[in-house]
Every structure is written in C-alpha cells, then in structure tokens.
Design a protein around this ligand. Structure first.
Ligand code: ACO
Length: 330
C-alpha cells in the first residue's frame, strides 16, 4: 500500500493566556506543585483561550490561514474543511462550517469529526484517501480543542494537563513521492467512563442536575488511561513498521500525541527508539487533544527538524478509547 498525498501547508494557533504550573496553586489554591506536575507529566505551561466571546473556530481559523499561506493555496480553492475536535463551538452546526466562513473558503464543503486525541490521524486518513482518489484537490484539516471550557478546576488530576489550541494541515495531491506507507487504527468502546464528558449529549441532556453535578466537565481515570497508552502506543508503532516494511532506523521522526512525557519515554524505551527522534511540545503547550500532533509537526518543521522528504510516524491515542497511527513521507 502507498497512498500518495502531500501535506502542503501547516499552521498553528494557541489560546492567548499563558498558564504556568504555579497558577494552579497561586490562583486556584489547588494542592499541587510545579515539581509534581513537571515530574509526573513533563508539562511546564499551557495556553487558555481567555476571551469568553471566542471559541474553537477562532483559533482554528487562525491556524488554517497559516496552513494555506504556507501551501500557497487560496481559500476559494479549498474543496473541503474537516475539523477534528471534541470541543466544538456548538453542538450544532459543525465548527468546520464556521471556520470555512471565517477564512473565506467559499467553495468548500465542511464537516466535523469527533474521536478526541486521535482526531488528527483519523482526519488525515480521510483527507489522504480523498486526494489520492482524485475526488478533491485541496482538503484542509483543522484539529484542535478548547479544553479549558470543559475542565473541573477542583480536580487536580485533570485540570493541570490540558491547554487550548489548534493545528491545521492542507492536504493536496503528491508532487515528489510524498505519501502514506502504512495506517493502523483501533477503538475500544467497552469502558467509556475511563475518559468521558458525561452530560450534554443525548444520553444525558443538560439539566439543572447535570450542571450541579459538574457532569459537563471532562472526567478521566488517569491511571487507567496511562496504562492503556503505554501499551497501545508501542504496539501501534510496531504494527506500522511491520506493515510499511520500514525499519525503525529508516523512520526519521516520530510525533506522538502529547499527553504525558512519561508515555512518550516509555514508548521510546520499549521500541528502542532514541528520544532524539521523538519531537515534543508537551512542556510548552500541555495536552491539546486533537491539536497536539499538527501543532508539534508545525514546530518541528519550523525548527528544521521535520524536512521535505523526512519519513515521519504519527500516533494519536485517547478518548474512545481510540488510537490511530501512520507512517508517511513528508
Ligand atoms: N498534584 C499533586 N498530586 C496529584 C495531582 C496533582 N496535580 N494529581 C493527582 N495527584 C495525586 C493523586 O491524588 C494520588 O494521590 P494518592 O496516592 O494520595 O491517592 C497521587 O497523586 C498519584 O495519583 P495517580 O493518578 O496514580 O498519578 P499518576 O502518576 O498516574 O499521574 C496523571 C496522574 C498525570 C493524570 C497520569 O495518570 C496520566 O498522565 N494519565 C494519562 C493521561 C492521558 O494520557 N490522557 C490522554 C488522553 S486525554 C484525551 O483523550 C482528551
């Protein structure tokens, strides 16, 4: 299998307010510390979107404009906008519709997809098949989350982990051998309570009771999710290498979902891949769910670590539980 496609443009945008680890102690009075957060997660700071009148579509559009500029593609030439998120502006309409309007992609279709932290990888699989088949020329992915709006700031086990931001990627037809060598996806819906926003959907519509019980906030069993992640990530890396026929030495760079530096270190150790091949942004930005992979790709490209022709592995994992990965030539 080889799916020809090119990631022609990348972009990123973050929330406007820098939140360092001390903020949780000084501003919220939480029983935590910079030392605990750094040691257990690798996170030093994150960004929140502080203006209550702005939402995901605002930072999503910012990141999208950058990706179009890098690709040299005009907004009116975008065929489709896919927004991967679990924190859309509204339950309806799709945030992708708001983003396309905001950037002037007047000829584009638009839809959202919701598979939490695996969202960018799944969206890339969608976009790649669309351009490879000739169905579309320019597919714009915007993957991001404004998680601060869904955090229980009394729960020190979750609120310290997440930040707000979005990454964008413009997917076009291949020009110089760019494309995907292998894809691996999976999902396990047997225990949704491990990572869940209980209320606000059709299972538990908003009511006085759900608000009182803080059921509109993200709930996570950190220990279980950690255990799941340290197993599924190396397993997915291994399967991708087998499927692609590439050796681990032939992969120049891995970008994993930025959930916890210990998960990334454990995967690197298990796979015998040096940490120098794992590009990370978790210390600076925290966990931005669907946004972490394209944001980290943008940073790696900007810093000349990810180059044209690089062989790149991407792995997303999280809510669902879900996971997805691919190896591509950039
Ligand atoms: N500060 C100080 N102590 C804390 C904090 C905190 N912020 N949070 C938890 N603790 C305490 C706990 O209360 C517990 O205390 P106890 O032993 O007295 O009960 C102790 O620290 C250890 O708690 P654990 O939950 O076992 O800590 P752990 O080392 O597992 O770290 C963490 C917690 C960072 C959440 C980790 O489990 C983790 O990263 N899990 C994975 C998260 C993840 O990958 N999410 C990705 C998906 S996100 C998505 O899809 C949207």
């Amino acid at each position: 299998m080889f799916i020809p496609m090119k990631i022609a443009g990348l972009g990123m945008a973050l929330g406007d307010k820098v939140i360092d680890n001390d903020w949780f102690v000084k501003e919220l009075g939480l029983d935590t510390s910079d030392e605990w957060i750094t040691e257990r997660t690798g996170i030093k700071k994150r960004y929140f979107l502080s203006d209550p009148d702005k939402a995901l579509s605002y930072i999503g559009a910012k990141s999208a404009r950058q990706a179009l500029e890098m690709a040299g593609v005009k907004p009116e030439d975008v065929d489709l906008v896919i927004c991967a998120t679990f924190t859309p502006d509204y339950q309806m309409p799709a945030t992708a519709c708001l983003i396309k309007e905001e950037i002037g992609a007047k000829n584009a279709g638009a839809y959202d997809m919701q598979i939490a932290c695996s969202g960018f990888v799944y969206a890339l699989i969608n976009a790649a098949s669309m351009v490879a088949s000739g169905m579309f020329k320019n597919v714009l992915i915007v993957a991001g989350d404004v998680i601060s709006r869904f955090l229980d700031f009394e729960d020190r086990g979750t609120c310290i982990l997440f930040g707000d931001g979005a990454g964008a990627a413009l997917i076009t037809q291949a020009e110089n051998g760019e494309g995907i060598f292998a894809v691996e996806v999976g999902a396990d819906g047997s225990a949704p309570e491990k990572l869940l926003i209980p209320a606000g959907g059709s299972a538990r519509p908003a009511s006085e009771e759900t608000v009182k019980n803080k059921e509109h906030y993200l709930r996570m069993n950190g220990r279980e999710i950690f255990r799941f992640s340290v197993n599924v990530v190396p397993q997915t890396m291994k399967l991708l290498l087998e499927k692609s026929g590439l050796s681990k030495e032939e992969v120049d760079l891995w970008i994993l979902h930025q959930a916890n530096i210990r998960i990334i270190e454990a995967a690197a150790k298990r796979m015998g891949v040096p940490m120098s091949k794992m590009y990370n942004t978790i210390a600076e930005y925290g966990n931005i769910s669907a946004g972490t992979i394209p944001i980290t790709m943008y940073e790696a490209y900007k810093n000349n670590v990810l180059k044209r022709g690089s062989i790149l592995g991407l792995i997303g994992f999280g809510g669902g539980l879900s996971w997805g990965g691919l190896i591509l030539r950039f």
